[in-house]
Write a protein that binds this ligand. Structure first.
Ligand SMILES: N[C@@H](CCC(=O)N[C@@H](CS)C(=O)NCC(=O)O)C(=O)O
Length: 193
């Protein structure tokens, strides 16, 4: 979505996560952390995290800005993106990875396989639900997650809500601000890119 919002074209190569391609020696050479995404630059440099990829693309293609323009905008967007990642995305992941059969022995990403802890699935689901309330309250006050402009925080939050469907967590009927914001996000061309 970040790449599409920037209007960029990049050559894509899919990694078959469900069949463990990220754990093969070939992929570990590309990214020893065994995660996607990875952005490989023309000089061979590999950026192995969403945050570093976003930072690089923002610096090299500043328009449209997705990490903020003024010092305060940049700070607020970074703050909210971190809230969404730690309280939303991580909570959904905790719930999903600790309960789903497909993630047995793979409760965390990375080269080391960790066992599932069912209590963490329960706690993750409760945290994720709490996060939706927090986001609804935020969006009752601001047009976008990070403030007055569309940003990476909206992208991270949209993806988090979609992932929440995997733990059967949906936006509540009473969460009107969250619903209106999500519907606007889903209409952006980058959502279906
Ligand atoms: N630090 C990474 C983490 C990304 C991440 O968790 N990616 C997941 C897919 S959404 C992954 O690669 N999973 C591999 C696995 O489950 O083994 C980032 O934010 O870029």
């Amino acid at each position: 979505m970040f790449i599409a919002e920037k209007g960029l074209e990049v050559e894509k190569r899919e990694v078959d996560l469900m069949n463990g391609e990220q754990l093969t020696p070939e992929f570990m050479e590309i990214n020893p952390f065994c995660t996607v995404p990875v952005l490989e630059l023309d000089d061979g440099t590999r950026l192995r995290d969403n945050a570093s990829i976003a930072r690089y693309l923002e610096e090299t293609h500043p328009t449209p800005p997705l990490l903020g323009t003024t010092p305060i905008e940049k700070a607020m967007i970074a703050e909210w993106d971190m809230h969404v990642l730690s309280e939303g995305f991580a909570a959904v992941g905790e719930a999903f990875r600790n309960r789903s059969k497909g993630f047995k022995g793979r409760a965390t990403t990375g080269p080391v396989g960790f066992e599932q802890i069912p209590e963490l699935a329960e706690r993750g689901a409760a945290r994720a639900k709490n996060f939706l309330s927090l986001l609804d309250r935020r969006l009752a006050e601001t047009e976008f997650v990070g403030g007055d402009s569309y940003s990476i925080a909206d992208i991270t939050a949209t993806v988090t809500i979609d992932f929440a469907g995997w733990i059967k967590l949906e936006i509540g009927d009473d969460q009107k601000a969250l619903r209106a914001w999500y519907d606007r996000m889903a209409k952006r061309p980058s959502y279906s890119a």
